[in-house]
Design a protein around this ligand. Structure first.
Ligand code: HDD
Length: 710
């Protein structure tokens, strides 16, 4: 019998929408793993004892015939698979994508035609350099990979949170990765780019400079996966029903805005909660605060291919949004956490060549290399050619072909396995005209065999200078600090010098500031870019999101003697605006309110830290207790929040704690309700908590207040 959709066991599921089909698939997978009933071996034999191995006598040797012991240990010994060579550390979630309107004008892709059709997705976020067990808040690029399970097959948009890349041609990828990975002799540092081999490579390979500007910016230390942009990076091609092509750049914009940590905080977070981003994503989804992004496209007609002063095929360049606006075409919502990290997040296999009719490639040499590399890597990582049968990778579109056998084959194919055949009824048949087949874009290609970089790829400085010129003053200050930190860790002075010389070709002031920090001389003004383009869209200032404080974590610090009513009132006001509020005290349980009644505590201070919150509030409480409780943990907590530019609020007597802390405004008792640079205080005896909470919420929404810093 041929293997046709009519005889397949999940034929019924196929009649439903793609989202229903994916859910049905995953539910079927869960049903294969019954938890009720007695423990068994892999062969289904019931076992009543799994704590002691079978032995000859109570103190005798273990017996070979103990099949339960051997099976259990053998399986355990084989549990690990190779981690991803890059992007090993990640977290993923399921959700859906829906277009706002039909995009038929540009693409025939079925999932972009009908606003009433939801396409299921799986998204995996990641860091690049560190191994699976490394910390989340390292300075690094973040991966943003989306698998769309469309009715026409899987489309994988394997992007990053930065719109450009380190190199122009994929043949350099192994060189770049070897340079950024830990030093070969001692495997140091983990999850960090601050070491000699990376900067040696950078200083000798100027095409990396633009991306290095992004990597030294706050984009490399996002506050949350939910609060970062995503980019397809390459120029792709949309193809409409008539075969007409349009160049396209993909953008993801987070509803909550793009926000970052500060470097000092990110480093402390690595110790306080190495799973900071993973936990944040998980908790937001569990609590029903589903992360959301808007998909936007920059569309460039083919006639405009050469209208830019850079090459559209060069992945180290971006198309400024002011030049080609981003057109919103749909939204992505993540609404379900995986059931099993290994089965889903670890085994998900992305591949840039997974495209659907209506989406095609361009000749970007970096993209072309990726079309080879991803399939190749899954073969070793997932142990053979059948990884697309794993539940997380399986398309919802029917699969019928003559691919057979191989390791981990889980389909039981019937009938013939060749084309053409008559014995199998000619199945699977080839699609005829109008049958929905993928047709490669018919681009005319003409040229000599050559191993050389196009002249149009040679300007490495203009866009690096544009990035610098587009930053706000605090973003520039953070970039200088980051270069100083990274180069300051480089031991070879010649590498520091060469890198600073490269920076001088971008911007002399940047180079001089970095040079001073790392003890080398800047070469003077050798900038290649006299009058850089300014693109305000590149600054985080332009990405404030919907202005809400949804899911922001706010710590309310309480001690014995606290005003008993204020913590609850503050919680009420801020939770009504979507924030997550937690009361922290020197110990778990309750503290004694000033009126003698107990005040509830969510977490004990020693288990948490200021860096795990977006903002801090102090209800009125005796200043002496606030200062001395938990060995001075509270002034430290508030001081960290002030240093990291976070919103800080204090009521009544607690305002006194702020005096003298760097960054806190001057206040006088009875001074009303001043707000200065994100510090909100009301020292009066009977504050208007609702008004206070409103002002405080605005400060939290602004995310960080770097005006506090000199
Ligand atoms: Fe890559 C993984 C993103 C260039 C080769 N890459 C990987 C992942 C992301 C990206 C998000 C993780 C996917 C997941 O979560 O499983 N990579 C990018 C972007 C690039 C890029 C945005 C440039 C625009 N990558 C790139 C090049 C090559 C690779 C030029 C090789 C020529 N990338 C790989 C890989 C990985 C990978 C080795 C490791 C694990 C995997 O593929 O599945 O094949």
């Amino acid at each position: 019998m041929p293997d046709s959709p009519h005889t397949s066991p999940d034929a019924a599921a196929r009649a439903a929408s793609p989202a229903d089909r994916k859910h049905a698939q995953l539910d079927g997978h869960r049903a294969d793993d019954p938890r009720e009933g007695p423990l068994t071996t892999d062969q289904g034999v019931v076992v009543d004892h799994t704590d002691d191995s079978l032995s000859a006598g109570e103190r005798g040797p273990t017996l070979m015939e103990d099949f339960h012991f051997r099976e259990k240990l053998t399986h355990f010994d084989h549990e690990r698979i190779p981690e991803r060579v890059v992007h090993a550390r990640g977290a993923g979630a399921y959700g859906f994508f829906e277009p706002y309107e039909s995009c038929a004008e540009f693409t025939r892709a079925a999932f972009l035609q009908d606003p009433s059709v939801r396409t299921p997705v799986f998204v995996r976020f990641s860091t690049v350099q560190g191994p699976r067990g490394s910390a989340d808040t390292v300075r690094d690029v973040r991966g943003f990979a989306t698998k769309f399970y469309t009715s026409e097959g899987n489309f994988d948009l394997v992007g990053n949170n930065m719109p450009v890349f380190f190199i122009q041609d994929g043949i350099k990828f192994p060189d770049f990765v070897h340079a950024v990975k830990p030093e070969p002799h001692n495997e140091i540092p983990t999850g960090a780019s601050a070491h000699d081999t990376l900067w040696d490579f950078v200083s000798l390979q100027p095409e990396t400079l633009h991306m290095m500007m992004w990597l030294m910016s706050d984009r490399a230390i996002p506050r949350s996966y939910r609060m970062m942009q995503g980019f397809g990076v390459h120029t792709f091609r949309f193809v409409d029903a008539g075969g007409r092509g349009t160049f396209v750049k993909f953008h993801w914009k987070p509803r909550l805005g793009a926000h970052s940590l500060v470097w000092d905080e990110a480093q402390e977070c690595q110790g306080r909660d190495p799973d900071y981003h993973r936990r944040d994503l998980w908790q937001a989804i569990e609590s029903g605060q589903f992360p959301e992004w808007e998909l936007g496209v920059q569309l460039i007609p083919e006639t405009q291919e050469f209208a830019f002063d850079f090459d559209l095929l060069d992945a180290t360049k971006l198309v400024p949004e002011e030049q080609v606006p981003v057109r919103p075409i749909g939204r992505l919502v993540l609404d379900r956490n995986p059931d099993n990290f290994f089965a889903e997040t670890e085994q998900v296999a992305f591949h840039t060549a997974n495209v659907v009719p209506g989406i095609d490639f361009t000749n970007d040499p970096l993209l072309q290399a990726r079309l080879f590399s991803y399939l190749d890597t899954q073969l070793i990582r997932l142990g053979g050619p059948n990884f697309s049968q794993l539940p997380v990778n399986r398309p919802v579109a029917p699969v019928r072909n003559n691919q057979r056998d191989g390791y981990h084959q889980s389909r039981i194919h019937r009938g013939t396995s060749y084309t053409p055949n008559s014995l199998g009824g000619g199945c699977p048949a080839l699609a005829g005209p109008g049958g929905g087949a993928f047709t490669h874009y018919t681009e005319r290609v003409d040229g000599h065999t050559i191993r050389a970089r196009s002249d149009s790829f040679q300007d490495h400085y203009s866009q690096a200078a544009m990035f610098w010129a587009s930053m706000s003053h605090w973003e520039r200050a953070h970039i200088v600090d980051a270069f100083r930190f990274e180069l300051g860790k480089v031991e070879t002075m010649a590498v520091r010098e060469r890198t600073v010389a490269e920076l001088a070709r971008v911007n002399v002031s940047l180079a001089e500031q970095v040079a001073e920090g790392v003890g080398v001389r800047a070469p003077g003004d050798i900038s290649d870019v006299a009058d850089p383009v300014v693109s305000p869209a590149l600054s985080l200032e332009s990405l404030r999101g919907d202005g809400s404080i949804r899911t922001r974590q706010i710590a309310v610090l309480v001690v014995d003697g606290v005003d008993g009513a204020q913590p609850d009132r503050l919680r009420e006001e801020l939770e009504a605006r979507g924030a997550v509020v937690e009361a922290l005290a020197p110990h778990d349980g309750t503290v004694d309110g000033a009126d003698g009644r107990p005040v509830g505590v969510d977490r004990a201070l020693p288990t948490m830290a200021s860096v795990l919150y977006d903002a801090v509030l102090l209800p009125s409480a005796p200043p002496g207790t606030l200062r001395s409780a938990a060995q001075g943990a509270i002034p430290r907590f508030v001081g960290d929040a002030l240093r990291h530019g976070k919103a800080v609020g204090a009521l009544g007597e607690a305002v006194d704690l702020l005096s003298g802390l760097p960054g806190a405004p001057e206040t006088a008792p009875g001074a009303g309700l001043p707000e200065r640079h994100g510090v909100v205080v009301d020292p009066g005896p009977s504050p208007d908590v609702a008004a206070f909470a409103g002002t405080f919420a605005d400060c939290v929404a602004a995310h960080r207040h770097f005006q506090r810093q000199p």
